[in-house]
Ligand binder design. Structure first.
Ligand SMILES: CC(C)(COP(=O)(O)OP(=O)(O)OC[C@H]1O[C@@H](n2cnc3c(N)ncnc32)[C@H](O)[C@@H]1OP(=O)(O)O)[C@@H](O)C(=O)NCCC(=O)NCCS
Length: 171
């Protein structure tokens, strides 16, 4: 499913049983970004429905002994036939910098392409500088900060990549 992972890691699609396992790690993996308010925001961003109705476009990576290593929750846009969307992505901090985030996106891009999708979109908090750097390295364009984008006080920056302008397997 994802053939370019470091040794000892395996990938599969999400299942409903993964919901609480993923929720259990997000706060630590996001390094407590934005404190208590950030923790609540993140928990509310991952309701069970993503683990029920978006499983075939989402991925989970595990270490030996089924320890969670990374995940990507994404979907094909219902509204825009040429677009796909990455809703949430996280990699265990102990595994950062090994190309796992890039491998997850590569798999999602391939899936999006196979469904005729040309653009991939996502958003992040302006405070999430790691996410901004990561998406920029992958070739996404970054918008200016969009105030109140996700509700009062929930500013975001938006990322977009045009898959037609990028090689099938970016290195
Ligand atoms: C953002 C995140 C997913 C990156 O995962 P990762 O597996 O460490 O990233 P990769 O190793 O695949 O890196 C891919 C590229 O992005 C760059 N990159 C990744 N994190 C970076 C950071 N914090 N600062 C600068 N560049 C970064 C890498 O240098 C690499 O570039 P290169 O291949 O050209 O050298 C990970 O840091 C994470 O889970 N963060 C917490 C959760 C989060 O913020 N998610 C995104 C918002 S929903």
């Amino acid at each position: 499913m994802i053939d370019d992972l470091p040794g000892g890691l395996t990938a599969r699609h999400l299942t409903e049983e993964d919901h609480l396992r993923v929720l259990a790690v997000v706060d630590a993996w996001w390094g407590g970004l934005k404190g208590q308010a950030g923790a609540l925001e993140r928990a509310l961003l991952l309701p069970r429905l993503y683990f029920q109705h978006f499983t075939t476009t989402s991925f989970l990576i595990e270490r030996d002994e089924e320890q969670l290593a990374a995940f990507l929750v994404g979907f094909l846009s219902q509204t825009e036939p040429d677009a796909a969307y990455v809703h949430f992505v996280g990699v265990d901090p102990q595994l950062h910098g090994q190309g796992i985030g890039r491998a997850l996106y590569r798999a999602f891009f391939a899936l999006a392409r196979s469904h005729g999708r040309r653009y991939v979109h996502c958003v992040t908090s302006p405070q999430n500088t790691a996410s901004r750097s990561f998406h920029t390295r992958l070739g996404f364009t970054v918008s200016p900060v969009k105030p109140n984008y996700d509700g009062p006080g929930l500013d975001r920056v938006a990322f977009t990549i045009d898959l037609a302008a990028h090689p099938v397997r970016p290195t």
